[in-house]
Write a protein that binds this ligand. Sequence first.
Ligand SMILES: Cc1cc2nc3c(=O)[nH]c(=O)nc-3n(C[C@H](O)[C@H](O)[C@H](O)COP(=O)(O)OP(=O)(O)OC[C@H]3O[C@@H](n4cnc5c(N)ncnc54)[C@H](O)[C@@H]3O)c2cc1C
Length: 500
Amino acid sequence: MEQFDYVVVGSGLAGLTFALKAAASGTVAVLTKAEIQESNTSYAQGGIAAAVGESDSWQLHEEDTLVAGAGLCDPEAVRFLVREAPAAITWLTEIGARFDSADGILALGREGGHSRHRIVHHADKTGWEIERAVTEAVRRDPRVTVFENAFATDLLVDQGRCVGVAARLIHRGDRRFAARATLVATGGCGRLYTHTTNPRIATGDGIGLGARAGARIENMEFMQFHPTTLYHPQLRSFLITEAVRGAGGTLRNHLGTRFMYDYDGRLELAPRDIVARAIDAEMKRLDTWCVYLDVAHLPREEIEEEFPTISERLESVGIHLFKDWIPVVPAQHYACGGLTTDLGGRTSVAGLYAAGEVANTGVHGANRLASNSLLEALVFASSAAEAVRSEPATPTTLPAPAPLHCVNENDAVRIRRALQKTMTEQAGIVRTTRGLEEARSAVAGLAEQYRKLPGAAFSAYSIETENLLATASFVVEGALARKENVGLHFNADFASNGSQ
Ligand SMILES: Cc1cc2nc3c(=O)[nH]c(=O)nc-3n(C[C@H](O)[C@H](O)[C@H](O)COP(=O)(O)OP(=O)(O)OC[C@H]3O[C@@H](n4cnc5c(N)ncnc54)[C@H](O)[C@@H]3O)c2cc1C
């Protein structure tokens, strides 16, 4: 048994921020299932929202966040988030994150839903830069021990209190980690869907872990889909940022028609969920696999200078922005719900905390305002690091973890693919009550199949699939329970006023 003051599952921005801050009051173990930097955080392109501009204020940031959340935000959590934002940016800068600036003043971008320029960024690879900075800071801190390739399989709960984590470490086998407090910072669950912007690690493990520990999990029906990700077998999950449409990119179907005219007066600059629904509808109407984003009419130098990463990545698969149309599909992007937490990151289970995308802090409500998620990870991981100080001492004994049930990887692949198909078709961008009911029984059937399959050797892929099945149930049940169209939840059976 390993003993630390705090154990963190996940090494994205939430996990590493918590580790760095909690290290002031104790020893910290970070368990992460791949290499340290492999996280949603590393892929974030746009930036972090913070009211640091001259004409901006936390009140304006608050208002924009509440509007995006469509009446379902927790106002106290939103106020806390936006007020803490400038200090969070200062902290990141102090630990070495480099943001674009001119004459010592931060260069601020503007994204959909923000009434001011307030997006702090590092070219179009802000997440990569932030993850670099927090990783290097963690490496320098002797009180933080990082265990890479350490897959958390279970939370250890003793008499209703979370007392640590069970994990499978590559080359070292099963280990139990005892802690005064445990933070789940496992990120998202994009792998629930056929198309996602999320990397392979995003398998809803924190939802599975939290559910088995009895934590309250809410708002999972609010799943954000990004309208434009590349449709290409070699570069799956590659996101083409909103800013490309902001710069003048237009959407066309395979016939070349600029179809947004048929859907919304704001055309390509309509809010994310509206553009995603329009593309979904257009693909269904014409029975095509993708639509196209066209920037060929814009000045080549401008595009290459503003979007160097996108330009380079697309060139690597033979797509030239200055002359080709980019094939795009909407893809799952962000989960607004998760383990419900208070302002200090406490879940409903004593000793168990959550931060980052896996948490349901209340700041997103029914829809996330762009660039508020990195901020949420920073702010709530920091407040959790304060809150854990009052937890009792690390226990000296631990309960045994529940036995694992892994299945043969071929079966796990088959079940996962079937799950992704069901979720994409029945619990994706546009839902219907009947489709959701079908999804409910399909997910239950797949979970039953999983349970009945003979046990096999340990496989992280298999446990992830089990976690995805658990996560899917929360999405489907949440969507069935939600009786109105609000924010990201859209059930075609409901009229726009919410009645059936
Ligand atoms: C392509 C893309 C672009 C984005 N752009 C922006 C943006 O511009 N601005 C913005 O605010 N947000 C953006 N987001 C969202 C944002 O990046 C994420 O919400 C945020 O980074 C989540 O951070 P996190 O620390 O909660 O999780 P992550 O960064 O995903 O980290 C999760 C960690 O948990 C580990 N883990 C998971 N399960 C286990 C397990 N069982 N055992 C051990 N370890 C485990 C993973 O390996 C990983 O280290 C973007 C997301 C994507 C995918």
